[in-house]
Design a protein around this ligand. Structure first.
Ligand code: SDX
Length: 421
C-alpha cells in the first residue's frame, strides 16, 4: 500500500505513509511526525499504537482468532506439542524430528539449575510468592551464565535461548517444591515432555502422570505460548531494547505478568470464586455488585484489551474443564459458580455493551485446581507457557533493523518555570 494519510494541522498539512500487514491490518507511519510537525500522539495504554511489526502471532480480537506463525491454536492443541510449538514460535516453522532432537539436547544442558539459585530460593521468607522466586531465578541466570549475555553475539543468543527454556521448568517446579517443603527432584526420564516433567518435579517422580492429564497440561502450555504485544511481552521488548541481556528482559516479563490485571488474573479469578462461595452470595448478585463502579469489584477473568469476542483460548480451556473433571471424577463447586457468573454476565447489557467476555484466565485456574495445583502456582504456569513467546519477541526485536531503545514522549502539564527567590 503506497497510499498516504493527510494530516491537517492548524500550522501545516503533512502526508503520512500508510502500510498494511499480511492479514490486512492498517497502519499510519508516524515515525517522522514530531520531527516534521513538533506534535506527538497521545495514547494512554497504547491501545492505538504499534511499536514494531512482528511475524510471531496474529490476533483478530473482533473475530476471536489466534494463530502462532499462521497456525490456529486449536489445530496446534490437537496435532502438536508444547515442545514443537515452542520451536515454531521461536524459529518460525514447525520442527522436523531432527530439529526437535537437536534443540532438546541443547536445552537439556541447562535443565539442572546452578546450586546457588536454589540456595537463593531457600533464603527467601517462607511465604514468598513463587513469582518472586521466578524473577530472582531468571535474573540470577545472568550471573551464572555471563558468557550468554551479549545480545549482539548470535552464538550467545542461541545458547541463552536454550538456557532460558531449560532453566524455566525447574525454576517453576522448584518454586512449588520450596513452598511445599518438598525436595528438589529432577525427572528420571530426561526425554519426558515439559508437561510430564513439570508434574513429576512438582509432585515427585513416583507421581503417575495420566496421559489425558499430560495432554491437558500440554494444551494449557500451548495456549499460553504467545499473545503478540501484551503487557509482559511489551515489558520484555522494552527492557531488551536497551540491549539488556535475555535473562534480565525475561525477569521484567515475569514481573509485569504478575499483576492481577494481566497474568495474575488466573489466581484472582479463583480467589474471587472462593470468596463468592464462602460468602454464599448468588452469582447474579455478585455480577450486579461488579456493575457498581464504587464497589471496587471486577469480574476477574472477564474483558480484554484486544478480544471483543470470546477469547478462543477460553473456549478451549472451558471444554478442558469438563474433560478433566470427568477424567478425575472430581466436581469442583467453583466451576458451577464460574458458569453461573458467565451466564449472568453474558445476559447483561453492562458486559455485552462493553464487549466483555471470558478471557484465558477465567477457567484456567479451575483446571489447575483439579490437578491439585495451588492457586499461587497459576501465574508461574502462565509464565512457563509464555516463555517461548517472550524469547521470540526479544529475538525478533534484537534483529529488527528499525529497533532502537524504547523511549516514549510525554505532554508536560506540571508547574511552569519558577524561581526559589
Ligand atoms: C491477560 O493483553 C493480552 O493479550 C493479555 C493476555 C495474554 O495472553 O497476554 O490475554 C492475558 O492479561 C488477560 C486479561 C486478564 N485480566 C483480567 O481478567 C482482569 C479483569 N479484566 C480487566 O481488568 C480488563 O478487562 C482488562 C485489564 C483485561 C482490559 O482493560 P482495558 O482494555 O483497559 O479496559 P478498561 O479497563 O478500559 O474497561 C473498559 C470498560 C470500563 O467501563 P467504563 O469505563 O466503560 O464504564 O469495561 C469495564 C471497565 O470498568 N470493565 C470491566 C471489566 N473489564 C473492563 N468491568 C467489570 N469487570 C471487568 N473484568
Amino acid at each position: 500500500m503506497s497510499e498516504k494519510a493527510k494530516l491537517i494541522l492548524p500550522e501545516k498539512t503533512i502526508e503520512l505513509p500508510l502500510f498494511t500487514g499480511s492479514e490486512g491490518e492498517k497502519a499510519i507511519d508516524i515515525m517522522k511526525l514530531r520531527q516534521e510537525t513538533g506534535y506527538v500522539t497521545f495514547d494512554p495504554g497504547f491501545g492505538n499504537t504499534c511499536p514494531a511489526q512482528s511475524k510471531v502471532t496474529f490476533l483478530d480480537g473482533d473475530n476471536g482468532i489466534l494463530r502462532y506463525r499462521g497456525y490456529a491454536i486449536d489445530e496446534l492443541c490437537d496435532k502438536s506439542s508444547f515442545e514443537a510449538v515452542s520451536w515454531l514460535v521461536l524459529f518460525g516453522e514447525l520442527p522436523s524430528a531432527a530439529q526437535s532432537a537437536e534443540f532438546a539436547a541443547k536445552v537439556a544442558k541447562y535443565s539442572r539449575l546452578p546450586d546457588g539459585i536454589l540456595k537463593l530460593y531457600d533464603t527467601m521468607p517462607k511465604e514468598t510468592h513463587p513469582m518472586v522466586l521466578l524473577s530472582i531465578g531468571l535474573s540470577a541466570l545472568s550471573a551464572y551464565y555471563p558468557d550468554l549475555c551479549d545480545p549482539k553475539n548470535k552464538e550467545q543468543v542461541e545458547e541463552a535461548t536454550a538456557c532460558a527454556i531449560g532453566s524455566m521448568l525447574p525454576l517453576v517446579s522448584f518454586a512449588y517444591c520450596r513452598n511445599q517443603g518438598r525436595a528438589y527432584v529432577y525427572p528420571v526420564d530426561p526425554k519426558s515432555s515439559n508437561a510430564s516433567a513439570l508434574l513429576k518435579m512438582m509432585f515427585g517422580n513416583l507421581f503417575v502422570v495420566d496421559k489425558d492429564v499430560e495432554d491437558v497440561m500440554d494444551d494449557l502450555l500451548i495456549l499460553h505460548a504467545d499473545h503478540e504485544f501484551n503487557c509482559s511481552t511489551s515489558a520484555v521488548r522494552l527492557v531488551g531494547s536497551s540491549q539488556a541481556n535475555l535473562f534480565a528482559s525475561l525477569a521484567a516479563g515475569v514481573n509485569a505478568l504478575w499483576g492481577p490485571l494481566h497474568g495474575g488474573a488466573n489466581q484472582a479469578v479463583v480467589e474471587m470464586l472462593l470468596a463468592i462461595s464462602q460468602e454464599n452470595v448468588d452469582p447474579e448478585v455478585y455480577v450486579s455488585r461488579v456493575k457498581q463502579k464504587d464497589s471496587g469489584s471486577r469480574l476477574m477473568g472477564f474483558g480484554h484489551r484486544v478480544y471483543k469476542n470470546y477469547d478462543p483460548r477460553a473456549t478451549i480451556i472451558k471444554k478442558t474443564c469438563d474433560k478433566v473433571m470427568s477424567k478425575l471424577g472430581t466436581d469442583d463447586p467453583l466451576l458451577k459458580i464460574a458458569q453461573s457468573l458467565e451466564k449472568a454476565a453474558l445476559a447483561d447489557p453492562y458486559f455485552t455493551s462493553r464487549k466483555l467476555y471470558p478471557n484465558v484466565d477465567f477457567y484456567s485456574g479451575i483446571v489447575y485446581r483439579a490437578l491439585n495445583i495451588p492457586v499461587e502456582m497459576f501465574t508461574p504456569l502462565f509464565a512457563l507457557g509464555r516463555l517461548p513467546g517472550w524469547i521470540a519477541h526479544w529475538r525478533e526485536q534484537n534483529s529488527d533493523a528499525l529497533n532502537r531503545i524504547g523511549r516514549p514522549r510525554q505532554i508536560y502539564q506540571g508547574a511552569v518555570k519558577r524561581s526559589m527567590t
